[in-house]
Design a protein around this ligand. Sequence first.
Ligand code: URA
Ligand code: SF4
Length: 220
Amino acid sequence: MQNIVLFKILGFSELYTEGESPVHRLYRIKSLARRCKRCQLHTTRTQTVFGFGNIASRVMVIGEAPGANEDLYGKPFIGKAGERFTSILREYGIERDRDFYITNVVKCRPPKNRDPRPEEIEACKPYLIVQIEIIRPLLFLALGRYSATWLLGSRQNVQMKEIRGKILISRFDVPMIATYHPSAIDHARSHAQRDFYEKAFREDLRLFAEKIKELQKNLL
Ligand code: URA
Ligand code: SF4
């Protein structure tokens, strides 16, 4: 789709400037998101958490919503869940700020970290679409079922155990991997459940790391 058409559909036509570089465009839309009032989450946020990472990497990770630390510092996945995610990937040779761009389905923290509501996901969608349009990912990782559901374009929430651990095709026609949200490990109700989540999460991140490395070789 032509950029201008897409931006018009999303109500961003005033932000579209012919010939503008992707980096500029992303920064401009990020500043729009800072003042965004498209959904009620703007009333409780400290700040909007837009996204972070290498926009030239062609790889995008999508989580659920900012938590308390993210809301405070303005960067996604920097709390406990983020640290777990980042350190496992590092074991597999992947560095977040170098090897991918990371963001969330909704850009503002839901109160008390409740799940994002369908109308909030819908309201925030333009930002995610624009990020995808600019970054043009060749590989996605979905962290958690909200992100996986959205990326698969599924009407019903997906069951993670049925879709994790393999390469899927996203609604954007490029490969994606879906895995549990890293905080599922912390919220497990038993040791057995915790071990199960952790093992699955590690396996999926290993697959993701392999695919990133393959992609990087092919892009050279
Ligand atoms: N969990 C998420 O889904 N996103 C973040 O940015 C932090 C925690
Ligand atoms: Fe705007 Fe998204 Fe924040 Fe809602 S969550 S106020 S749509 S940036």
